[in-house]
Ligand binder design. Sequence first.
Ligand SMILES: [Zn+2]
Length: 540
Amino acid sequence: MLPTCIVRPWRLSLAAATFIVVANNSQLFGALFNILDTTSLTGFGFLLTLTLLMIVVLHAILMTLGVGRMLKVIVAITVITSAGLGYFVNEMGVVFDQEMLSNVADTVRERNTAEARELMSPPLIQHLLVFGIIPSLLLFFVRLSPRKPLYELRDRAVVLMLGILVVSVLGLSNYRYTTYFAVEHRDLRFKITPIFPLISLVKQSRDLLEVDLKFTNLSADATQHKPGKKRTVGIMVVGETARSDHFSLNGYAKATNPALGKEKGLLFIDATSCGTSTAYSVPCMFFLRGHKNYTPTLARAESNVLDVLTKAGVETIWIDNNSTCKHVCDRIENVNTRIRPDMSVSFDGEYDVGLVPLTEQYLDAKGPDLLIVLHMMGSHGPAYSNRYPAEFATFSPYCKKLSPNECSSDEVQNAYDNSIAYTDYVLEELIARLKEHSDEFDSFLFYASDHGESLGENGVYLHGLPYMLAPKSQTEVPIIVWLSPEYSISTGLDTEHTIVDSGQRLSHDNIPHTLLGLYGVQSEWYKADGDIFQSAYTQQ
Ligand SMILES: [Zn+2]
């Protein structure tokens, strides 16, 4: 028989709320101690108000959801979940806003166990044990005191009212400072765990419920008008987590582009990304109406550039080695290397080079103009060293751990740079295959990364920070274009004459118009001034 301790439900809830707030907000409290003068009455008063407010809110949630015996279950779930969130917020600088939650939801929905496994690093497991699982096991020693429901309800209401009263009095007595702080240091709200993620969850659920998924067809008028008669075959590579300042093509000191660096007439553009995560950026890269009008839900409910190309007569295929196409390929032929390991060409699912033979079988087939979209694993973290075979590790020593925060900065940079150099190798392999077919068709390769990555700068790792807060490392991405000499002859377009030198900052918004331009597709959605090549061509 276990020794048990009889506890009133409100006391258990209050104790749990206090524990969760104290255990999972080290970043928030650290920042507050740095910013506030805690020896002054206003500074200390604000710290106390905020801490109590967090406890009261959490206590209110636990009391509302934890009816009767369910309280212990709800407390255990909240303690464990908060420990997991606390680890990512405090150790990795992650922000759980709506975008991040939709990413997490995608990983779960897509049963992306590989990604989940890579995130389950020993420090995370240790953190979950100490701050989540072991405290939850203590609940086995707790017995809730039996009370009549009416008394229980009264107790809960009284405790809650008292909490609200104390926080209100404190907040109002320090009103000016509280308002000033809430405006001046708004960003600190992202660190409030688990309340901020919870608010994001509520917002995200509300948005999803409000969605009208009636599909709008934007491709009706699309037609193709090409200068030459020769077939055009393009490969678009959707890169993953590649930041442009780590490409030697962009002036990075380490030789991360040994292969592409030798390619003649290659166009490199340091562009800005639409978002800071895969789930947000990937549909945006194919969205016809620009970053300003974009939401992932809207993108799902209307034609994208691949639909317009298909309507105009270009065959389009999506091959995914990352996760999924995030609904971009819903209406076109698509292959997912993770879901279909039984494909006719065997695929080494570990590395992106497996995409090359898969692509080849489409290059060998005859047909109309063709666009093959490859969604690669690229530099997906946190286990960068899993993205390439050991013999491709040019830069060493490199981090081999699942959590980059356990390695030195140099090791993390090396592990990441090796993955960029590996992408360089894969892209060059693809260009080599296109060159082999130069007699049969004109070709191009178009590469764009979905977002960048933080490698520990200012204690921030990975990606997915809210756009307004995100450092450039997460939003500045490479776009690389190679046009075959035959393509340039047929169309008159080349990498020397582009809008890159016009001074405007290029972004993911340029992708759909450039793709349409490369195939000579006319549509009301095609904007020449968004096309990297065509506008320069027409302005000549
Ligand atoms: Zn991504």
